[in-house]
Design a protein around this ligand. Structure first.
Ligand code: 5GP
Ligand code: ZN
Length: 120
């Protein structure tokens, strides 16, 4: 898709530090890592977000993400797989991507700017 930064990475129009790829998926290092290992996993075809992806593509992405976790050596130590969706999800790039993060014990708090207790 024109003007999509991740489509440009798929097309080789802007550089990325690629870890693995197959005909359908691409894995590359996040440019602004938030963990010692921070990889982005994307379908090569432009899909806006998780709301738009088919179960069939997710099946392939699951296998690919499992392979990437092994390649970067976090499959035993553990990791986190996240996809941000839309405004409240904090999605900034509108091309479906999963963040694979690990290499250290990850924190699990302060995920929301508002106090979750007041929302109940
Ligand atoms: P989001 O907030 O949409 O879930 O995540 C977008 C991610 O893409 C961010 O973690 C950001 O650092 C990463 N990112 C944005 N532009 C580029 C780029 O040009 N190259 C790479 N490798 N990562 C990018
Ligand atoms: Zn795209």
């Amino acid at each position: 898709m024109k003007d999509c930064i991740f489509c440009k990475i798929v097309a080789g129009k802007i550089p990325a530090n690629i870890i693995s790829e197959n005909p359908d998926f691409l894995a590359f290092h996040d440019i602004n890592p938030k963990a010692p290992v921070h990889i982005l996993i994307i379908p090569k075809n432009h899909i806006k977000d998780f709301n738009e992806v088919s179960p069939e593509i997710m099946a392939g992405l699951t296998k690919f993400a499992q392979e990437v976790a092994k390649i970067v050596g976090v499959n035993q130590s553990g990791y986190r797989l996240i996809t941000n969706i839309g405004h409240n999800g904090g999605q900034e790039v509108n091309h479906l991507h999963f963040h694979l993060m690990g290499g250290a014990k990850l924190k699990w708090h302060h995920l929301a700017d508002s106090d979750p207790k007041t929302a109940l």
